[in-house]
Design a protein around this ligand. Structure first.
Ligand SMILES: NC(=[NH2+])NCCC[C@H](N)C(=O)O
Length: 480
């Protein structure tokens, strides 16, 4: 049973919009010590961000972006980072003004209304759920690489890749999803210490990679720099964007952060800056060592580069081991996020109540966790990486468009709700955020757009036939 919360009073506009004051009051954000415990400081918050962001995108996706952009992939990373920065400003403003859990879904509910909030929640199924599948598929490549360097043998392709990638079923990907569900259902979460350790591990592995790969650096490998022209840079940026997804996790911790109004925006900026530096260095090191062709379209590319540079399988094995641990932690974190978003939506009455049911034995949403695991194990088993990466990316970008718009709506409609952080150059920053997001969405290609349109159509139908009539907010009398 969920604790009963008093329903929000109707929004003055008469539309189904959650009153931001009510949201803040419900979360106890202005009363330190109420609600969840405020234990996270700035360092932990940055670690939390790095832990959520660095994963399959750089370890595996790098080779796809290099295939699109050549050495100019560095610019693709920068383009993706700029998109994130504008959007991160918006996340930071909303996160500091309305410091509640639930992230973009809650922000949209307080500004753009219930229908849009539902669709944002629906897109989060791509950004979180489908990305669990994507990250798991990437994990499986490094498991194979690790097995290879430990035992000199890999799993047969039939059992370690989906039909699109020349296999039948991707068993390691299914395995990691099920392991994460088992841990989450038992209430095992990364402790603050483990989160920090994981972030340090990721940074160490990537720095180690750069140090090794730079020993074999040759400028010649970086020319021609614009191997595939400007179009390649754009396509590469859409792919590279995946490796930044997750920075908004920082804003989902709103209720557990000390001094959120100051720490959340700073943590977002530090996290994106650090990650961009790392990614550009890794890309330059990898291409500088072996040239773009040897990096492009290779599974477990970072391990392979190190193997070739050091002429042994030990270094590559170490990188693979680090990647296996690091990527598994992303699966855990993202699946956790998905279950909590579904819990918020269920508490609002927009999806069936089974998602908010908490097991009395473990105090975790067990049914919710297993539904998520089983549903997203299917694309993990049978999809190829680029399909799930593109779907995750387009879903994430769509929610970010909504977040940028939410800033504008909040400032116009509730100018009194202010956080400590305000986006610079308003309204230019959120508008540029929208523009960059749309640009990268465009870069995902028409096939992804078609899949996305179908997905949104289904979501609208679910809202029309289910969520709309069962909404708690509607029960409060604000229905229109
Ligand atoms: N909230 C999320 N969807 N996180 C997925 C993060 C994916 C992560 N950027 C990676 O490269 O593996």
């Amino acid at each position: 049973m969920s604790p009963l919360r008093p329903p929000s009073p109707p929004h003055p506009s008469g539309r189904r919009i959650k009153n931001p004051h009510q949201l803040i009051a419900e979360s106890g954000a202005d009363l330190e010590g109420h609600g969840l415990k405020r234990t996270m400081g700035l360092f932990q918050l940055v670690c939390f961000g790095v832990g959520a962001v660095v994963g399959t995108g750089i370890f595996v996706g790098l080779s796809d972006s290099v295939a699109e952009a050549g050495p100019a992939v560095v610019l693709s990373f920068v383009l993706a980072a700029i998109t994130c920065i504008f959007t991160a400003f918006s996340f930071a403003e909303l996160g500091s003004a309305i410091p509640v859990s639930g992230s973009s879904y809650s922000f949209a509910y307080a500004t753009l209304g219930e229908r849009v909030a539902f669709l944002v929640g629906w897109c989060l199924l791509l950004e979180y759920g489908v990305s669990v599948s994507a990250v798991a598929v990437g994990w499986s490549q490094y498991v194979n690489e690790l097995l290879d360097s430990l035992f000199g043998a890999q799993l047969p392709a039939a059992l370690s890749a989906g039909p699109g990638d020349g296999g039948v079923i991707n068993l390691p990907a299914v395995l990691v999803v099920m392991m994460a569900a088992t841990l989450l259902a038992r209430g095992v979460r990364e402790s603050a210490g483990a989160t920090a350790a994981m972030a340090v591990l990721k940074i160490t592995i990537l720095v180690l990679f750069c140090v090794i790969a730079f020993t074999a650096f040759e400028h010649g490998n970086l020319t021609p720099f614009f191997a595939q022209g400007a179009g390649g840079v754009t396509a590469g940026a859409s792919l590279a964007f995946f490796s930044y997804i997750g920075f908004d996790a920082i804003t989902t911790a709103g209720e557990e952060v000390r001094n959120p109004r100051r720490n959340i925006p700073i943590a977002i900026m530090v996290c994106i800056g650090l990650v961009t530096l790392l990614y550009c260095a890794v890309a330059l090191a990898a291409i500088g060592a072996l040239g773009p062709k040897a990096v492009a379209d290779r599974p477990a590319a970072l391990s392979i580069v190190v193997d070739q540079v050091t002429d042994s399988t030990v270094g590559g094995g170490i990188i693979a081991f680090g990647a296996v641990v690091a990527i598994a932690s992303v699966v855990l974190a993202v699946m956790y996020g998905q279950t909590r978003i579904l819990m918020s939506m269920s508490r609002d009455g927009l999806i069936p109540r089974i998602f908010e049911r908490v097991s009395p034995r473990t105090s975790t949403p067990v049914a919710n966790t297993w539904i998520v695991a089983v549903v997203f194990a299917v694309p993990a088993a049978f999809s190829s990486l680029d399909v799930v990466v593109n779907l995750t990316t387009i879903g994430a970008l769509a929610t970010m468009v909504a977040v940028n718009l939410a800033v504008i709506v909040l400032r116009r409609r509730n100018p009194e709700v202010k956080g400590s952080f305000r986006v610079p150059l308003y309204p230019l920053s959120p508008l540029l955020g929208v523009a960059f997001c749309l640009y990268l969405m465009y870069g995902t290609g028409w096939a992804t757009w078609v899949q996305f349109a179908v997905f949104l159509g289904v979501g609208s139908a679910v809202y029309a036939f289910y969520g709309r009539s069962r909404s708690r907010l509607a029960g409060a009398g604000a229905a229109r």
